[in-house]
Design a protein around this ligand. Structure first.
Ligand code: NAP
Length: 216
């Protein structure tokens, strides 16, 4: 199984929050996320069958992702502790293949909910995707979700783009894990650097047919 975390960071490794990101004009003004990086992100997404996106990230970027969600090409796992806060989204997401991942599953709603304890979130999602035959999982954030996947070693690949910005605000990744990385690619765009790594000590098999282990 392949599980990839992909993000866009400043040169000092800070993830922009939606205050910077949600407004395309503001993003361009900051020089955050070039057209080339956006193109590459969309190409990458096409190689994955399932996507994980925290509820907060989804809300912050809904307008950008909704057209893709509505194509029905991907299964979207949306972790949230408070799904009732997002009831207003249900009609908007009606035609999308969405699975809410939560410890609190409303009765009679099992089809579009995946029960998971907070600590088991990454493993639960990986096992569910594997059971559905979806062996390519792309984790698109945000910071809380990246941290949990990395801390539990349920990541096989990392892709990141660094923009030539030094951000004071935003979300630094606070990791507990000792993920070991092997550099696979480094490409310079006009002003950005794209880097991809393979995770050497992932707890899950990186082959599409590989299983899903327990967190290390
Ligand atoms: N620069 C980048 O590449 C990039 C990428 C993605 C996102 N972002 C930005 O990052 C910001 C959001 O990041 P974030 O860290 O605040 O939020 P996030 O990771 O998108 O989502 C966090 C939310 O997910 C739910 N959650 C987290 N862990 C869970 C678990 N174990 N089980 C169930 N639910 C869980 C909770 O939702 P509830 O609060 O609803 O319970 C939590 O508040 C946004 O501004 C977004 O634009 C940047």
């Amino acid at each position: 199984m392949k599980v990839c975390c992909k993000w866009l960071a400043s040169a000092n490794g800070i993830l922009a929050t939606h205050a910077h990101e949600s407004d395309q004009a503001r993003r361009q003004q900051l020089g955050f996320g070039s057209t080339e990086d956006t193109r590459r992100l969309l190409e990458t997404v096409q190689r994955y069958a399932a996507i994980v996106m925290g509820a907060r990230t989804l809300i912050a970027n809904l307008a950008e992702w909704l057209p893709l969600m509505r194509t029905g090409q991907h299964l979207w796992y949306i972790p949230t502790q408070f799904q009732q806060s997002y009831q207003h989204l249900l009609p908007v997401l009606q035609s999308c293949r969405v699975v809410w991942v939560s410890s609190a599953v409303p009765p009679g709603e099992r089809d579009s909910y995946l029960p998971s304890s907070f600590a088991q979130l990454p493993v639960t999602i990986c096992q569910d995707a594997h059971a559905r035959g979806l062996n390519h999982l792309l984790v698109l954030g945000g910071a809380q979700i990246y941290q949990q996947f990395l801390d539990t070693h349920t990541v096989t690949d990392l892709e990141m783009t660094f923009s030539p910005l030094l951000l004071a605000r935003g979300i630094p990744l606070q990791l507990r894990s000792t993920v070991q990385l092997e550099l696979m690619e480094m490409t310079q765009y006009a002003s950005e650097v794209y880097v991809s790594y393979r995770v050497l000590n992932s707890s899950i098999g990186s082959e599409p047919s590989g299983g899903v282990g327990s967190p290390g």
